[in-house]
Design a protein around this ligand. Structure first.
Ligand code: MN
Length: 420
């Protein structure tokens, strides 16, 4: 077991039992404050952000081979690139320092910042972004809407993790407002497209993983080795303009209906921290080709929730899903992505695709929840929703829990502003 994952550990920092950030989490992010606008790499515990640059200047990481300014950095990329033998030691050392009885508790003012005073920034300088389509429930629900129940899954779907290359420049950190996109759409029963603000704005509940180790062009990654390359995971909202998407997507796939914005939560929870939450994925039939086969448990039990907050400030949970439903796991996604020799870089981001479960309370998009706009959800303020309206805020969150340990992912929050 990784030392920092020990469920018995307790901290001298008071941590509420419902906090996302107990001593067993130790995620990584980037923050600044009103007083000091310089971005720094941080971690979190309870209601505090841990300033890792300040912690390092106190001598906390003595004996670990860290470049001097690795935490005085606007992104965690340089830290991730040090490799797991170092990043694991750093996480274990942070855990040591936070453990009950450690002498650094007397220096806490020098490295703990109240979370309410911290401005969390985009944690990763994202290079390439790929989005998969790996939930069989989601792919089936959409397939039934577009092609009927007989041909819900395309013939390739059970043989490879379908994906597309997305847009990295418009991935924004939680809290960033999103302007309703404009584009071309084909109105119902029309034969000519119109231009205007998207009418069918949707969210996609996803998780994504960040790459911490690069490959060279021509290299491949096996399902067995994929864990070495995956630094950690984040909750992710892949905003989607369904009417723009529907008109444009043939034959090359998603484009402007997707690339106007995606929202990532500010915390990267390490793959190391998630080891206690592994479980078996769904049985894959037919048997997949040898390069996609894998041993052991490669799915993760992450409970996910989507909340819609109306402009009047009332909230309703629209969906409770789970990352464990994924038909294709991250190891298979990475093995598939590189099997042709495509190289990957530190900071690349790979999203799961919409994560839907079997029943209607676990659908990961409004397209599915509203049955393609046929059924409206009633909000507590009396308004109704089939898709997202101007002024609405979408809040996504996730956590793992077992053995009395609860590891959270923070929140991916975005508010929709009217189109210009
Ligand atoms: Mn997506």
């Amino acid at each position: 077991m990784i030392k920092a994952n020990n469920p018995k550990l307790t901290s001298w920092v008071k941590v509420d039992k419902n906090s996302d950030f107990p001593i067993q989490n130790i995620p990584f992010g980037v923050f600044n404050t009103k007083e000091d606008s310089t971005p720094r790499v941080c971690s979190a515990i309870g209601d505090f952000v841990i300033d890792l640059h300040n912690l390092m200047s106190l001598g906390a990481f003595k004996g670990i081979n860290l470049p001097e300014n690795v935490f005085a950095n606007p992104y965690i990329n340089d830290f991730m690139a040090l490799g797991k033998s170092i990043t694991r030691n750093v996480r274990n050392r942070i855990s040591d320092i936070l453990e009950t009885g450690h002498e650094f508790s007397s220096l806490s003012e020098q490295f703990l910042v109240p979370a309410k005073d911290a401005n969390l920034l985009l944690p990763v300088k994202i290079g390439d972004y790929t989005d998969f389509y790996s939930s069989i429930e989601h792919a089936t629900n959409l397939g039934i809407m577009f092609r009927g129940p007989e041909n819900a899954l395309m013939p390739n779907w059970r043989h490879l993790p379908v994906g597309y290359h997305g847009r990295a420049s418009s991935i924004v950190v939680s809290g960033t407002d999103i302007k309703r996109p404009k584009g071309q759409m084909l109105p119902k029963d029309a034969d000519q497209p119109v231009f205007g603000p998207c009418n069918l704005l949707d969210f996609e509940l996803e998780m994504g993983f960040v790459i911490g180790k690069a490959t060279n062009l021509g290299d491949t990654i096996s399902t067995a080795d994929a864990d070495d390359y995956i630094f950690g995971l984040a909750v992710f909202n892949d905003w989607s303009a369904r009417d723009i998407q529907k008109w444009e997507y043939v034959p090359l796939g998603p484009f402007l209906g997707k690339n106007f914005a995606s929202t990532i939560a500010p915390w990267i929870v390490t793959l190391d921290a998630l080891q206690p939450f592994k479980l078996k994925g769904p049985k894959q039939e037919p048997e997949v080709l040898p390069y996609l086969q894998y041993d052991g448990e490669k799915n993760y039990d992450v409970k996910l929730e989507v909340i819609l907050e109306t402009p009047s400030g009332v909230q309703k949970t629209l969906s409770n899903s789970n990352f464990k439903f994924m038909y294709w796991n991250m190891n298979q996604q990475l093995a598939h992505h590189t099997v042709n020799g495509c190289n990957i870089n530190v900071g690349d981001f790979y999203a799961s695709g919409t994560i839907s479960g079997k029943d209607e309370t676990s659908y990961g998009s409004m397209l599915e929840l509203s049955k393609a706009g046929k059924i409206a959800t009633e909000m507590p303020d009396g308004t109704t929703r089939k898709f997202i309206l101007d002024g609405d805020t979408i809040i996504m969150k996730g956590y793992c829990e077992n053995n009395g340990v609860r590891i959270g992912f923070g929140e991916a929050v975005g508010k929709i502003l009217p189109a210009d």
